[in-house]
Design a protein around this ligand. Sequence first.
Ligand code: GAR
Length: 205
Amino acid sequence: MLNIAVMVSGGGTNLQALIDAEKGGQLRGARIALVISSRPGAYALERAAANGIEAVSLGKAEFPDEGEREKAILGALRGAGIGLVVLAGYMSILPPGLIREYEWRIINIHPSLLPKHCGMGFYGKRVHAAVLAAGDSESGATVHYVDEGVDTGPAIIQERVPVMEGDDADSLAARVLEVEHRILVAAVNKVVSEAGQAPGRGPGR
Ligand code: GAR
């Protein structure tokens, strides 16, 4: 069993999708062992607690210094024997040492068709507002490996949704979120099942 850490900042519906998949036996070869939030008030922490998952807030509030924050997060990941880190609505930038230590073992979900509408400042509703402002006829969601850039690592799974007449950021977000919940579970299963098959890449390395 591979131990997964899910990193969150807000409502945690993507975390819930992973929890539901694990409960339903659809998460193959992996279990959610730890939830780390960047904010103490994140509702995702309550979802973790309600499901008996160890959860902790290790953000700027607890560790204003980036070096200390990195140490705390790395300590928690090592302590729980984490083999794969899933960023699911994590709105903070990961410290670079953590990205190096967990290279090819961190994945992120982004609510657009990467490489469109991403990078610093493009998160949550802002992404959907940018899609509408650009007049795009479609949007979607992407799960990708995390490298030291913002939303720049190689894609694992991407799925499209149409932009509908009369959409606002909320209606588009809801349509994309449905896809997110599905492809996040699929991407975790894909990464876990490929672990060890590609040397130098993936959680089994
Ligand atoms: C999701 O749409 C996720 O893709 C997005 O935040 C939302 C979190 O929802 N992430 C980003 O924008 C990261 N750049 P959730 O807390 O309900 O899972």
